[in-house]
Write a new protein. Structure first.
Length: 261
């Protein structure tokens, strides 16, 4: 079975390391980080993971554009093991994020996934600040990673404004999220959850029963989680081999194949 980790970060954080516990409470832990792509690939190999989608911590600790360049460079030097994702910022202040500039740059760098860190990068995630970029991201079927570590309200707001937007939820904490995510799974067919924090017994199986396995993407959220925990949670979830294969890599590959760039 092919496994693609849908969310790994590389690069050392300036603060080591904010872990989302629950309800936006943080704990700071010393965790094993990957300084670069080579160190992350060592972790992937140890766990038997074929590929990983990467971000770079410089996207939030330094500058989105600088982090994007580092992520692209690490992915380019990895063969096909690492798939780059980029962070976005408001085009009204940074013209390089206007659709006419961003999408050709993404195509040249082989980038098909985006991330938003509105609180960390000091902007509002919504139509006022981010249109027409978010509208174009939605129409081109480009997945956008969002985390409720910066609040659930921006996620609900952006989906209300762009109901066809493809969103991948990540870094949402280990406590039960059902009352916050199940309404989104019901209301928005392009809302997906990366499974890194989904380590409660029966959680993966319950979402598969209610919404189908196609709404989940295997991921670890490394280094917030070691890769082995989410991998064990998926393998021990009790779902069918077909459903597990879809979550392990099939769903992400389908989303990547739907991107129009």
């Amino acid at each position: 079975m092919r496994f693609i980790d849908a969310s790994c970060a590389i690069g050392y954080r300036t603060v080591n390391y904010e872990i989302v516990n629950h309800e936006r409470f943080y704990v700071q832990e010393r965790v094993k980080q990957a300084r670069d792509g080579r160190e992350l690939i060592e972790e992937l190999d140890f766990c038997g993971i074929d590929q990983a989608v990467i971000s770079h911590n410089a996207m939030i600790d330094v500058d989105p554009g600088y982090g994007n360049k580092l992520a692209a460079a690490e992915a380019a030097g990895s063969g096909d093991r690492l798939l780059p994702s980029w962070a976005i910022a408001p085009p009204v202040t940074e013209p390089e994020y206007a659709p006419s500039a961003l999408f050709p740059a993404m195509q040249a760098a082989g980038v098909k996934l985006l991330r938003a860190y509105p609180a960390r990068n000091r902007y509002m995630l919504g139509r006022v600040a981010m249109d027409p970029l978010l509208g174009e991201i939605s129409s081109l079927r480009i997945p956008l990673y969002l985390s409720p570590s910066e609040g659930w309200e921006p996620i609900y707001q952006v989906l209300q404004e762009y109901p066809d937007l493809t969103v991948i939820l990540t870094n949402y904490g280990l406590w039960s999220h059902a009352r916050l995510t199940f309404p989104l799974l019901r209301a928005y067919p392009n809302f997906y959850i990366e499974t890194g924090d989904m380590q409660t017994a029966g959680e993966i199986r319950e979402i598969c029963r209610l919404f189908g396995p196609e709404r989940l993407l295997f991921g670890s959220g490394f280094p917030s989680n070691a890769i082995g925990g989410p991998l064990a949670a998926l393998r021990g979830s009790g779902i069918s081999e077909e459903a597990m294969s879809a979550i392990a890599s099939g769903n992400l590959l389908r989303l990547l194949g739907e991107v129009v760039l």
